[in-house]
Each structure stands twice: as structure tokens, then as C-alpha cells.
Write a protein that binds this ligand. Structure first.
Ligand code: KG4
Ligand code: ZN
Length: 347
């Protein structure tokens, strides 16, 4: 008998994602993004995201089924992001998932968005070694996790105390006059810059800070430091060396992320590291992570960029693993939880 067909729905931020997964096979991943509508605000406006989800949800479900070559009535279970994320955005996906589960008479699994960012990698690289250390870096989150069982045992090792890594990229891009979202632009511009041109601060990496916040991150001091560096020179009428500033900023972020991720693996005796989230698309992050993991004897897994950013495939992939391990389904009246802790994989 073939493995169950799982329909996954993601709506925690500005991407409406719907995907169909059977076992570890992705049949189709349909994503509708409101990022262009958000660009004129320079960030995600929850009500804009929520309305965009409402408009995109049914067409995206239809498209996913059509492209996957399945009918809705073939679906064996529905998985949906129940949190963390924007409350008004989450509720659209969860309402759609409940309607489908009720209409089709199949179970519903409300799952954790962060766990889904980890689970998605099985679609590309096969079964996830457990334990694995996972570094999640996106516009909304920066987390270092230890994954002992993707369906129910994930522990937080550290997280950002202020800005997420992607948020820092977006804010620095704005200071440098680059468009939103800024991460890909900084990545591109930095390729022509010198990463050692300017020494920007590495948050929580020295002395008492490191001791108390061994696996935590802080990027707001770095962001402010870059902004001040640029302002002082602009006020003096100097030309801003955009490529050097971008490369030096990017180096500071990448240095801290990779150093702490590798240190977490060493301290926990874990030999596998996974990097996910939109910032995992960063070319310098991928290169430095590869070097440092190779030097430390750690196997590195990074899903392809389309699976790193928010999508329905990650939710369906986690749902498939939860179902395969025989975990309980959620109740049909499951709530959303915008601050769902990472340790709670299912609701
Ligand atoms: O995972 P994602 O699509 O959405 C969430 O925030 O959940 O991540 C988007 C973030 C944005 O901040 C964007 O600037 C950043 O990922 N990003 C990058 C790159 N591509 C996307 N940051 C650095 N380098 C990149 N190449
Ligand atoms: Zn995400």
C-alpha cells in the first residue's frame, strides 16, 4: 500500500503555501506571495498579509492539486501551520485546513512552523539523522535547535534576543538604499566588496555575554553600528563604499551564526547540522558553513532555496513524518498560537 497523501498549508507570514507530499516525495508545492504588496511598506503588514491569504487560499489549493495530479478526495490528512507567526495570517490557513478536514472526513494536524522548516529537508536529502542541530534563519526567526525526534522532541538551544538575522539584512539594505527584501541584494552587492574592510561588532560573542548567552544571538547592535558608520560618512559628504559595507556586515552575521552553530554541535556531540529559513539562501553563509563544518567533522544539510523560504511543502513534509510515526491528530477545534514554543511540535 502506498504511503498516505498529505496536504500541507502554510500561512504564518506573507506566503500562502499549499503542497502535496506522499512519504518523502513532494508532488507539488504551490506558493503565492504577497511580498510585492509588502515591499511598499518596507516590511510585512499583518492585515495586508491576512487579506492576501484569504484571496490566495482557494486558488492555491486548486493549483497544488491540479499540478500534483491528485483530487482533493484522494487526500488522507491535512497538516497546517498552527504557530508561531502572525495571528491574523495563521487563522486563515487553519480555517481552510479545518474546512478541508471536515469536508473530506480526514484528520487534521496542527504543526509548528519552526519544526516544519527542519522537516522539509527530508524531501531533498532523505531521512533526517536524529539528533540533528538546526539553525533557522529568516526574516522572522533566528533559532538554534536540537532535534531528537522531529515529530515530538525539539529543544531550543538559543535564539535571537532582538532582531532576526533576515530582519538585520533587510534593515541594513534599507540604510544602503537597496530594495526590500534586502537579503538577496546585500548578497549580490557584497560579492564585489571586501569582507574585512570594516570590523563590525559580533553580538554576544565575548566575555560575560558569551558565557550567559552561549547560543543566543543579537543583531540590533550590529545594525545600529552599520547605520551610524554610514550616517557619519554621509554627513561628511563622503561616498559610501556600498559593496564593502555590505560585505563587512554580511561577514559579521555569517561569522556569528556559523561559529555558534558549530559550537552547539560540538558541545552536544552532534555530527549533523541543518540550516534552513530564507537567509540560508545566502551564498556567504553557505560557503563559511561548509568550510567550518568540514573542519569540525560535521555533515551539513541545506535545503535548496525554494524549500528554505516559507512554503506548504515544509508543512506537508512534517505532517507526513508525524503521521508515519503514528502521532495523534489535532482536534478539529485546534487554536492558532502566534507564540507557539518550539518545543511544542504539534497542537
Ligand atoms: O524564510 P523567509 O522567506 O520568510 C520569513 O521571514 O519567514 O525569509 C525571508 C528573509 C528576508 O529577511 C530576506 O531578506 C532573507 O530571508 N533572505 C536573504 C537572502 N535571501 C533571502 N538574506 C541573506 N541573503 C540572501 N541571499
Ligand atoms: Zn519561516
Amino acid at each position: 500500500m502506498s504511503e498516505p497523501l498529505i496536504l500541507g498549508i502554510e500561512s504564518s507570514c506573507d506566503e500562502t503555501g499549499v503542497a502535496l507530499v506522499r512519504g518523502r516525495t513532494l508532488l507539488h508545492d504551490a506558493v503565492a506571495s504577497s511580498v510585492e504588496e509588502q515591499a511598499r511598506f518596507g516590511g510585512v503588514v499583518p492585515e495586508v498579509a491576512s487579506r492576501a491569504h484569504l484571496e490566495a487560499m482557494v486558488p492555491t489549493i486548486d493549483r497544488a492539486c491540479r499540478e500534483a495530479g491528485v483530487r482533493l478526495r484522494d487526500v488522507d490528512a491535512v497538516a497546517v501551520t498552527a504557530g508561531p507567526g502572525l495571528a491574523s495570517a495563521l487563522i486563515v490557513g487553519v480555517a481552510a485546513a479545518k474546512a478541508l478536514a471536515l469536508g473530506l472526513g480526514v484528520p487534521i494536524y496542527g504543526v509548528n512552523h519552526l519544526a516544519a522548516h527542519v522537516a522539509v529537508d527530508v524531501l531533498e536529502h532523505g531521512p533526517l539523522p536524529e539528533p540533528t542541530v538546526a539553525l533557522l534563519v529568516s526574516g522572522g526567526h533566528t533559532n538554534l535547535l536540537r532535534v531528537d525526534d522531529i515529530s515530538e522532541r525539539i529543544t531550543s538551544l538559543g535564539h535571537t534576543l532582538d532582531d532576526a538575522a533576515g530582519e538585520a539584512f533587510d534593515k541594513v539594505a534599507r540604510v544602503l538604499g537597496l530594495p526590500y527584501p534586502g537579503g538577496p541584494h546585500i548578497d549580490r552587492v557584497a560579492a564585489d566588496g571586501d569582507p574585512r574592510a570594516i570590523t563590525f561588532p559580533r553580538g554576544l560573542t565575548t566575555g560575560r555575554d558569551l558565557h550567559r548567552h552561549r547560543f543566543d544571538f543579537s543583531f540590533s547592535g550590529l545594525k545600529t553600528s552599520v547605520a551610524r558608520w554610514v550616517q557619519v560618512r554621509e554627513a561628511a559628504g563622503e561616498q559610501i563604499p556600498v559593496a564593502d559595507v555590505a560585505a563587512s556586515f554580511q561577514e559579521a552575521v555569517v561569522d556569528v551564526l556559523t561559529a555558534k552553530a558549530v559550537a552547539a554541535c560540538a558541545e552536544h556531540g552532534v555530527t549533523d547540522l541543518l540550516i534552513g529559513g530564507g537567509v540560508a539562501a545566502n551564498s556567504r553563509l553557505r560557503a563559511v558553513a561548509e568550510q567550518r563544518c568540514a573542519a569540525a567533522g560535521i555533515r551539513l544539510r541545506v535545503p535548496r532555496p525554494a524549500l528554505c523560504t516559507d512554503n506548504g511543502a515544509m508543512v506537508a513534509a512534517l505532517g507526513a513524518q508525524v503521521v508515519a510515526r503514528g502521532r495523534h491528530a489535532s482536534r478539529l477545534d485546534l487554536p492558532t498560537d502566534s507564540s507557539l514554543p518550539v518545543g511544542q511540535v504539534r497542537l
